[in-house]
Design a protein around this ligand. Structure first.
Ligand SMILES: NC(=O)c1ccc[n+]([C@@H]2O[C@H](COP(=O)([O-])OP(=O)(O)OC[C@H]3O[C@@H](n4cnc5c(N)ncnc54)[C@H](OP(=O)(O)O)[C@@H]3O)[C@@H](O)[C@H]2O)c1
Length: 266
């Protein structure tokens, strides 16, 4: 299938690693010009070098989406380089969990600062440009915990539920202007984030990473109808479709890509 992304410009937040980077590779392979944002400039540079093989321009913008104002800098850089923004993929996120009654105000604020407020900031900066163009595609990487919250992952669930609410509500306002919004819920996906969570657990429980990894993976595999753990490329394929005009008649909704683990009714 030709996704017809040639000549389109895509900004991927959290684009230096994991799901964001896989999305950047996939969108670039379909012809999109890519802008990547993340904090670590060295990792952004490595990502740019890997993408440069595709032969299209790649812009990197070191920035921290927990810092108010960085979203403006990101948009200014994209507009200066490419003059438009067709696709925004919100993939910067790193919310953590904890026992609900032990989480302080500060824990909640830290947890929500990136995934929820960072995404709000980035959308707030990108939407006026898309409105002016009369065209835009926004794909937000949320997570199943927004629909099926877990007691020990409450800030994650709350952030994701907030992202669904924004996606659903803005569809009414932006649809008539040619702007399509979707949220995507990856299941457990093998990225640095997954491994880091296992490392933290191993440290907390005084066990080895191998032990925790085998136990966690076996548990996920047992429960997942497709008996596999997702890859960043699995998610990137959906992002590419949702960001393309092939998904032109779909907005304000979320899709779960997790090997069949969570199956919302309908
Ligand atoms: N992996 C999973 O199992 C899974 C499951 C469900 C949902 N998700 C969601 O999918 C999204 C991507 O996850 P992932 O697994 O790809 O994560 P990842 O591999 O840890 O990558 C996270 C990306 O976000 C960037 N980032 C982190 N903090 C940032 C900040 N303050 N400002 C700007 N960029 C920042 C990171 O680069 P720097 O550190 O250099 O900033 C990196 O590029 C997240 O929203 C996550 O919640 C993931």
């Amino acid at each position: 299938m030709d996704f017809q992304l040639s000549g389109k410009t895509a900004l991927i937040t959290g684009g230096s690693r994991g799901i964001g980077f896989a999305a950047a590779k996939s969108l670039a392979a379909e012809g999109a010009r890519i802008a990547l944002s993340a904090r670590d400039p060295a990792q952004l540079q490595r990502a740019k070098e890997e993408l440069s093989g595709i032969g299209l321009p790649v812009l990197t913008i070191p920035s921290d989406l927990t810092v108010s104002g960085d979203e403006i800098r990101i948009m200014e850089a994209v507009m200066a380089e490419f003059g438009r923004l067709d696709i925004l993929v919100n993939s910067a996120g790193a919310a953590q969990g904890g026992v609900f009654w032990k989480l302080s105000d500060e824990d909640w604020q830290n947890n929500l600062a990136l995934k929820l407020f960072g995404t709000i900031r980035m959308m707030r900066a990108a939407i006026p440009v898309m409105l002016e163009q009369g065209y835009g595609r926004i794909v937000t990487i949320a997570g199943a915990a927004g629909r099926q919250p877990e007691a020990h992952l409450m800030p994650v669930g709350v952030a994701n539920a907030g992202l669904y609410a924004i996606t659903r509500a803005l569809a009414d306002e932006l649809g008539p202007h040619g702007i399509v919004l979707t949220a995507l819920n990856p299941g457990v996906t093998r990225t640095d984030r997954f491994i880091n969570r296992l490392k933290n657990r191993a440290q907390k429980e005084g066990r080895t990473l191998e032990e925790i990894q085998t136990e966690t993976e076996n548990h996920i595999l047992e429960q997942t109808p497709l008996r596999r753990i997702g890859t960043a490329e699995d998610i990137a394929a959906w992002i590419t479709f949702l960001a393309s005009d092939r998904a032109a008649h779909f907005t304000g909704q979320s899709i779960t890509v997790d090997g069949g683990l969570n199956r919302p009714p309908g």
